[in-house]
Design a binder for this molecule. Structure first.
Ligand code: GDG
Length: 723
């Protein structure tokens, strides 16, 4: 695996030759990727933070570091110019006017090529390369051209603007074409991914289906590129751990004392950047003091503005403006021992940051536009005491997830003032209730989760060529020679395309015909292995008489044409009754959710709700069930959450089916996470085929039900021929 980012995870701090010294820059990205990188002989390609110096690659903590040199001119034109004075303001909704200069663009192309060439040199055949952020948008295409064997991902840490704004960019086609070299393009918010897909349609006319874009490949075949959101996060556990140390707590008390022990400490922590809305928050705070809705004895504001991009003119101006405001605010409102605002133009160690978070009653995040805003998540992660109020701009990516914050439109100064007063006066019970909900979110989706989800999508997509691969054809001919073969198939998403109404699902005609043909051979048994209740499976699948059936994830088995019953014990029956009541009532509160009753459980379907509402409903149902019926077996599938009073899975079912069929070899095909239990029991000459993307134990992949049908036809033909 190779990560490519503008900056390396280490900074050059001095020295020469063998005496060269490096300092780790402890960012969230490094923390998230470190374990993956170590496990995969990872290499990190990036700039060392100093111009006009070349360094040899070296090993650091199990990761190979591959420095890319930049000259002083390139630093000015590619980094400070095109990246930070063209793309940054443009992508942040032109809060500041972007500058367009052709020399900057030339430097951007040149430097992107250098990064791409370096990555191409160090990547092993078939390696996964993950390119980070807006400075390197041309790298995916450059890499694909020189190394078509690579699996290429890209993640954009900042917003992607609406087409009306994006289209100002003179190089708008080149940049999008650069990105489309990737297999997966990740964004912070669903809205960013939507803006990107629209730009692709407008500029190139390519077809898009949901998050999948159809992009012509070099060989004239269509490539599938996924563009979707993967909201980034932080190492939440590490922040909490830091906040829990006695030193940090002691320091938090000291900070409050040094501020004159006001009732309320408000805090802002930002890079000094015009996107962060620092002036808006100071203006609102100043007016609250002026109007005497707050006093400096009652409330004080601490503003950490860490130095950033100081050689870019817009940033110099911003610093002057902010410092003028700070001076005025204190001059007008501060009293001896009671500052109105404490302004700190420094970077601080992480411990100090954690102490500031703990010391702050109200955290002000008022960005005018922000890809995510990690400060908001760090504040929440630090507040293990379930206290503190997060005031959060709707224009941050974080606001998509952190709905329990006090949400504000920072452009609306009156609204912002009211929200600040609301935050200051919020009763302790409400503070705790909101903070608990916020913490659940941040802990659930931490940065390890973010990188794992991205990489799973990336490696899943990268491995699936269209149709039946040569390797899988080889496996089919071996299967055809087997004396007694069991062909076990999942139904929904494998034989039948996924549909909104489960009762409408039907296997493709080709798959049905192939199954009928195979069932005619005595030495070939076909089994349908589904999560559906058996009755519902029979209705939609109309299986051949000789087929073996397993429903409700292995709880129900039909091994001969006769029926099956499952006998629930009294305790199980009572639990089932209670379970049904809870889940049905949870589902009835959400439009579009439906439940499916099963002999020993119930499934909650959220496919029609959209990802975040679906996930929220599932979480709340899970919480309620866990509370009422602790220890019940649960199982998550694609947009479905299931509970069962008797535990079983498709793996156990497959073991029984194999025994019953007396099979020498098993072919199992499935698309869902619940099919992983079946793949897990395969051994020796058995063949597992995963349908679609996502991590899997199966050795082979197919794209969807049409390809499954093709595979079954091939197998039926080969089986016929071998008789
Ligand atoms: C970009 C996107 C997206 C700040 N001052 C100090 C310090 N920091 C740390 C914070 C936080 C990080 O810097 C800032 O992250 P943000 O997310 O708030 O903002 P950007 O720098 O603009 O980051 C943003 C992010 O990429 C990730 O994808 O969320 O939207 O703009 O971690 O704690 N850390 C220390 N001392 C400081 O003085 N130690």
């Amino acid at each position: 695996m190779v990560v490519v980012s503008n900056r390396l995870p280490v900074d050059y701090v001095g020295g020469d030759g063998a005496d060269t010294r490096w300092k780790v820059s402890p960012g969230g990205l490094v923390t998230a990727l470190e374990p993956v990188m170590r496990a995969n002989e990872g290499a990190w390609v990036g700039w060392a933070g100093v111009a006009d110096r070349e360094f040899d690659p070296f090993e650091h903590d199990g990761i190979s570091i591959v420095p890319v040199p930049l000259s002083e001119d390139e630093l000015e034109e590619y980094y400070e110019g095109f990246s930070n004075d063209t793309l940054w303001p443009l992508y942040h909704d032109v809060i500041a006017p972007p500058s367009f200069h052709r020399e900057w663009w030339d430097a951007y192309v040149r430097v992107n090529r250098r990064f791409a060439e370096t990555a191409a040199r160090v990547a092993a055949p078939g390696a996964v390369v993950w390119v980070q952020d807006y400075q390197l948008q041309l790298v995916p295409r450059m890499l694909r051209e020189s190394r078509p064997d690579l699996v290429i991902g890209f993640f954009n840490h900042i917003p992607f603007p609406a087409y009306g704004i994006y289209s100002q960019l003179p190089w708008r086609r080149q940049v999008i074409d650069g990105l489309l070299g990737a297999d997966v393009i990740g964004f912070q918010r669903a809205a960013d991914a939507g803006n990107f897909s629209r730009a692709v349609r407008r500029l190139f006319g390519y077809k898009t289906r949901g998050t999948v874009l159809e992009v012509p490949g070099a060989d004239g075949e269509m490539r599938h590129v996924v563009a979707r959101h993967f909201p980034i996060s932080i190492d939440a556990a590490a922040f909490e751990e830091l906040a829990r140390t006695p030193e940090v707590q002691q320091r938090a008390r000291e900070i409050r004392r040094s501020l004159g022990d006001p009732e309320v400490v408000m805090l802002g922590v930002d890079r000094l950047d015009y996107t962060k809305g620092i002036r808006h928050r100071m203006k609102a705070f100043g007016e609250l003091l002026r109007d005497e809705r707050l006093s400096v004895q009652q409330a004080t504001l601490v503003q950490v503005a860490s130095p950033s991009r100081e050689r870019v003119e817009t940033y110099r101006q911003l610093r002057d403006e902010i410092e003028l405001m700070v001076g005025r605010l204190n001059g007008d409102h501060a009293a001896l021992g009671h500052p109105a605002i404490t302004y700190l133009h420094h970077g601080y160690p992480r411990q100090e940051m954690a102490a500031l978070y703990l010391a702050a009653d109200v955290m002000l995040v008022t960005a005018l536009r922000d890809g995510m805003n990690l400060v908001a998540k760090e504040y929440v992660a630090s507040r293990y005491d379930d206290d503190g109020v997060l005031l959060l701009s709707e224009f941050t990516g974080a606001s998509d997830e952190l709905r329990q914050a006090v949400l504000v439109n920072p452009h609306d100064i009156e609204g912002l003032k009211d929200a600040m007063v609301e935050a200051v006066n919020m009763p302790p019970r409400e503070r705790a209730r909101r903070m608990r909900a916020l913490r659940r979110r941040v802990i659930e989706n931490d940065v390890a989760n973010w990188s794992a989800t991205f990489l799973e999508t990336l490696t899943g997509v990268g491995k699936i060529p269209g149709g039946v691969s040569d390797a899988l054809r080889g496996a089919v001919s071996r299967l055809a020679q087997t004396p007694r073969l069991l062909v076990a198939l999942d139904f929904d998403g494998t034989l039948a395309p996924l549909v909104d109404r489960p009762e409408d699902a039907r296997a493709t005609d080709r798959a049905r015909a192939a199954i009928e043909r195979m069932s005619e051979h005595e030495d070939t048994r076909v089994a349908l292995v589904s999560g559906r209740a058996l009755d519902s499976l029979k209705e939609v699948a109309s299986p051949p008489v000789a087929a073996l059936l397993s429903g409700s994830h292995g709880v129900e088995l039909q091994l001969d044409a006769g029926g099956v019953t499952i006998d629930l014990r009294e305790g199980e029956l009572a639990r089932l009754g209670e379970l049904i009541e809870i889940v049905e009532s949870a589902a009835s509160a959400s439009d579009g959710a439906w439940v499916e009753r099963k002999p020993a459980g119930i499934a909650l379907h959220t496919r029609k709700l959209g990802a975040s509402a679906g996930a929220a409903l599932q979480r709340s149902a899970r919480d309620q069930v866990e509370q009422a019926l602790p220890g019940l077996a649960t199982r998550t599938g694609k947009n479905v959450l299931e509970f069962a009073v008797r535990a079983s899975d498709k793996g156990e079912a497959l073991i029984r089916l194999r025994q019953h069929a007396g099979a020498d070899v098993v072919l199992y095909i499935g698309d869902d996470v619940t099919d992983e239990d079946a793949f897990a029991i395969l051994e020796g000459p058995d063949v597992g085929v995963k349908v679609g993307q996502g991590k899997s134990l199966a050795a082979y992949r197919l794209n969807g039900p049409d390809d499954v049908a093709e595979l079954l036809e091939l197998l039926a033909d080969a089986r016929d021929a071998s008789r």
